[in-house]
Design a protein around this ligand. Sequence first.
Ligand code: FEO
Ligand code: CA
Ligand code: CA
Ligand code: CA
Length: 604
Amino acid sequence: PSKARAAESRYVFDELAWGNDETHHVAPGYDAQILLRWGDPITADAPEFDVMNQTAAAQSKQFGYNNDYVGFVPLNDDGSRGLLCVNHEYTNEEVMFPGLGRQDKVNFKGMTPELIDIEMAAHGGSVVEIARDAAGKWQVVRDGKMNRRITPLDTAMTLSGPAAGHARLQTNDDPSGTKVIGTLNNCAGGLTPWGTWLMAEENFHGYFWTDKLDADGKPDITGAAEEKSWDRYGVPGMWYAWGQKHDRFNVDAEPNMPNKFGWVVEVDPMDPSSTPVKRTALGRFRHEGAETTVSKDGKLVVYMGDDNRFDYQYKYVSAGTVSDDPAANGTLLDDGTLYVARFEEDGTINWLPLVHGTGPLTAENGFSDQGDVMIDTRLAADLLGATPMDRPEDAQPRGDGTAYILLTNNTKRKQGDTNAANPRPESSFGHIIEIKEANADHAATSGTWSILVQCGDPKVAEVGAQWNPETSENGWFGSPDNAAMDADGRLWISTDQGSSWGKTGKSDGLYALETEGEARGTSKLFFRCPVGGEMCGPYFTENGETLFVAVQHPGTDGTKDIPGFERESTFEDPATRWPDFDPKMPPRPAVVVITKQGGGKIAV
Ligand code: FEO
Ligand code: CA
Ligand code: CA
Ligand code: CA
């Protein structure tokens, strides 16, 4: 490109070449260092990782599996020391455990009670202190006083807000309906302005079990008290064998337990003895993320997607305003209004409030109180006429009334089911919508929207991709999943192609996507994953000099369709052994820290 053209995009780096191999790659001039891997000890008393002799007790003190959200809470003024807050979304047993192989999802023949507990201990989250050493290199502070694991195995939590104490949240172990053990499938998330960590509970339905099966071997929920709700949420999903061992994950024994999951969990990373709180005012759905910002009049605003085909985009606006005193912000996530988005055909957006007694959200329609509206957020949003989207993943506000909504793909949308905001049938590659809230205020109940990019290969006409023509063959991507703003308010996008790897031939990666001026819609590849790994994070520190990215499930997604690999990975025969490349070690999900060689802001 000419110098004049290069000056148009605000991202200054030499683009990485696309490709697909066993390791990660970063743009020239940057260092990408492995910071934390599955199994790394994170407390002073944690044992070293022994992959051939795994135990739940050890895993409970070691870094968990499938790192997704990454946030950083500084502990000093220059941000050279801080707490990394990392979600561990799920587990891939076929590459975690020796001799197990891929599991039959109904019988789970190989899953022993101990393996079940190890899986549970590998889920949840980690708080890990990290610090830059004298050479500027980030290191884990293994005896950091705030270091902790949060798991679905044994971390006690409370529920607060409109659904707390509701009859539908009462279980055998908790008649109060205000307590629960653990959090599930924590995908993306966010940090609040007062430094707490929001963990989004995404595919919680997959962890629930029933012994009642129909003739096809599928869960039979006919006649269950929660039948309508379970049908809408996909409960019980039976993706994991946990309900075989633990009654709390068996809906035959605990029919109300699924109602204690599917929320946003607030964690105070500064207090390792604090009890995480599930904030029911933010609604119950397959929460992808929970990125926050502050409105013009000081209210907290949280943007949240429900990652399911034809499900909805939400945002929450607090009643009160954000205080400089963190202790005064406790109720902001309990008292406020949840809205669902209707993307009108004319390019406007209306945010519809989910408030009991308003419009159709009444007892006649099955909502006895606000608790019911929150427990069955999806059913309430259906009645309000929200716009069915192409799988809303992360949503990223910028703080100036602009927000980006990532729609990852939806191959089930038919030709006649398209709408202006989801214009492509059978979309394999997804798109990104830009919202401009009215009066540049994130609390506004209306605004306008436009499509920033339609993803996929611009050279293949039938894909219908739309990029700025400056986007190179390296820069286009498919299946946007996570988003981050850097220190200069620029947008970065990470991808999760899942089984669609073969459709692009590209590895998942991190892209710098221009939103402003003539370069708007130009994308550049900055980092790419090892084969079969999904790109998560990303997170920039406040000074813009450090970027954290997370490689999830390396060696698994789509490897059978990738030339040179052509097989599904197992512990014994994985497509890659990233990041250790030790013949005795399977691939390990890991957080990678990226800095500029010689120091300075990234991509500037
Ligand atoms: Fe866990 Fe929607 O990605
Ligand atoms: Ca995601
Ligand atoms: Ca994000
Ligand atoms: Ca994902």
